[in-house]
Design a binder for this molecule. Structure first.
Ligand SMILES: C[S@@+](CC[C@H](N)C(=O)[O-])C[C@H]1O[C@@H](n2cnc3c(N)ncnc32)[C@H](O)[C@@H]1O
Length: 242
């Protein structure tokens, strides 16, 4: 495996992760399917407004079971490594049940979106928070200079403006700023980050921006192509700066 260039592969991460050597990853930073489609009332088509995205996607229908990922995540992670995975209320209990007994620490962060998708009918809360599970063993990489930085809370707008891809439009594209914050706290320069569900490559962009190595897998060709393109652009932008 070439350790300098990002390794980006199109395919099923359940197979591709097996190619990664034991204890070679410093941070698994990923955003697997939430399996929320079953609870959703669907995307809302409105005559007077563009479609309201309720995070419905084909790939979200495929069942994601944290238990299936535990053996490979443990195998590839270094003893000093960290796991940060975006998830939702419906899977939080499963993550905890499976990962907590296997690691020294299981915690979570909240990402608060300052401009969440509106609820036109005002029924219930806005979906303004996302959960991120955080897992590690004693001696893990942990970069903090003050207590203030240690709040388990990140607040940013959702991905928008120039950062938000239009073609393909990925319904759950994460802001690079959120991913950079996690990468800074949980890795050092030159470390290797794995995202087995990379979508349009936001984790890869954040990793390159911060001088980390990156391995990413994605099942859907149009998202994979967009990820390759974005990550290549980030590499070029960095080269110009040097
Ligand atoms: C929640 S999205 C990730 C979005 C990403 N964080 C971004 O900012 O673009 C999950 C992604 O995992 C992909 N995926 C689902 N099952 C997969 C599998 N078995 N192997 C590889 N990718 C998979 C989906 O196609 C989808 O793009």
């Amino acid at each position: 495996m070439d350790n300098e260039k990002p390794i980006l592969k199109l395919g099923d991460s359940r197979c591709l992760i097996k190619e990664i050597p034991d204890h070679s990853i410093d941070l698994i930073l990923t955003d697997p399917p939430y399996n929320l489609s079953g609870y959703s009332t669907g995307n809302m088509e409105l005559s007077w407004h563009k479609t309201i995205n309720n995070d419905l996607a084909e790939w979200d229908m495929n069942s994601f079971e944290p238990a299936e990922w535990l053996p490979e995540f443990k195998r590839v992670l270094k003893p000093t490594g960290n796991i940060f995975a975006f998830t939702s209320y419906n899977l939080m209990g499963k993550w905890h049940q499976v990962f907590d007994p296997e690691f020294d620490t299981f915690q979570y962060m909240v990402w608060h979106k300052t401009n969440p998708v509106p609820k036109i009918r005002r029924a219930g809360f806005l979906n303004s928070c996302e959960l991120i599970i955080c897992v590690w063993d004693k001696g893990h990489i942990w970069n903090f200079s003050s207590q203030k930085e240690m709040h388990n809370f990140i607040e940013t707008p959702i991905c928008m403006g120039k950062e938000r891809l239009k073609n393909p439009c990925h319904p759950t594209q994460k802001p690079v700023k959120v991913l950079e914050r996690i990468i800074k706290m949980a890795t050092n320069e030159g470390d290797t980050i794995l995202d087995p569900f990379m979508g349009v490559g936001s984790t890869g962009v954040a990793a390159i921006n911060l001088g980390r190595k990156f391995i990413g897998f994605e099942l859907e060709k149009e998202y994979y192509d967009a990820a390759v393109n974005r990550i290549e652009t980030s590499i070029q932008a960095k080269l110009v700066l040097i």
